[in-house]
Design a protein around this ligand. Sequence first.
Ligand SMILES: [Zn+2]
Length: 254
Amino acid sequence: MALVGVTMERPLDSVLDLQKALNELQRADERLHGIPEWMQELHEQHTARKEEIDALEASVEEAASERRLAEGEAQAAQEKLKTYQEQISSVRNQREYGALLQEMDTIKDTIKTLEEQALTALERQEESQTSLGELKEGFQELDERYKAELEKWEAEKPEVAEQVEELKGRIAVLRERIPPSSLSLFERVLERHGGQALAEVRTIERAGRGQQIYSCGTCNYRVRPQAVVEISNSGSIVFCDSCKRILYLDEATG
Ligand SMILES: [Zn+2]
């Protein structure tokens, strides 16, 4: 590389730089918008605990509303029982009396069941409430630590945002250095292969004769020796015949 004059344009170098800048941009974007790696574990812990708390809060609420419902129904049954009791004085015969007593027994059973339901729900509500209190108490420390990390992350963001802008500028400059036809091919390959448009040329030594053969490091398709010479000597942009990725040489290969 040192022998190559500075004025000599090697289009492949710009492509390599462009791919590198695009990768850096992606990483910077992830740092800006995703959860940074250094707080990933804490984030997961925090989310899991938060979900537990939410679930417990929901079960407290559920038990409470079950209790209210049972209490409401018990109260309505009590009212009904009261009207039956008031009717006792106005029954006209033994048969009517017997029927009324039967109704009253039924409603008393209903009240008993409803009251038991309300009590069970109350016990469940209190139990969940106690667990919730404990969980929240334990969560406090984690939550504070999480908030501190979030703040640290926020503080990092302007720098990363600046980096993103810088990279975008660099990418624009590099794109201009690449011949338009190659650039549009590069971008098509980039899109097709999840943001990675390059493939390293692999050298395989043919057994016995010492003659080297080359293949695409990604799809394994043969690479013509002439293509390797072109890449090596003039930094040409050469596409793999099979996967169409742009081929480059590892320093040791070139
Ligand atoms: Zn290939």
